[in-house]
Design a protein around this ligand. Structure first.
Ligand SMILES: [Zn+2]
Length: 103
């Protein structure tokens, strides 16, 4: 299922028009990037997709959308956490196995 609002929010963040990213599969976590401080002032967390390697910072609005749509339990403190998924709607039809994780 495609959620246009999230698509648009993330497309804005990555600065590209919405298009499908090739899912080449099995990207490993980029620990260095995931541990580095967020670079945008309104970013609250990073998202990483194992299928296409997409790694973007999400603002509160995008995070809340994902939390609501995918019924995630959002931890009170996001410090040291990121969101990961085995696929995302940029490379697939939906976020699969979307969850909060820490390194
Ligand atoms: Zn993806």
């Amino acid at each position: 299922m495609i959620h246009p609002k999230i698509n648009n929010i993330i497309a804005d963040l990555i600065g590209e028009p919405l298009q499908k990213i090739k899912a080449r599969g099995n990207y490993s976590l980029n620990n260095e990037l995931l541990q580095s401080p967020l670079t945008e002032t309104d970013s609250v967390i990073r998202f990483f997709c194992h299928a296409c390697g997409l790694c973007v910072e999400l603002n509160q609005e995008a995070l809340d959308e994902l939390v609501n749509i995918y019924k995630l339990n959002k931890p009170a403190d996001l410090t040291g956490l990121f969101l990961e998924a085995s696929s995302c709607e940029f490379c697939s039809q939906a976020y699969v196995n979307l969850k909060f994780s820490s390194l």
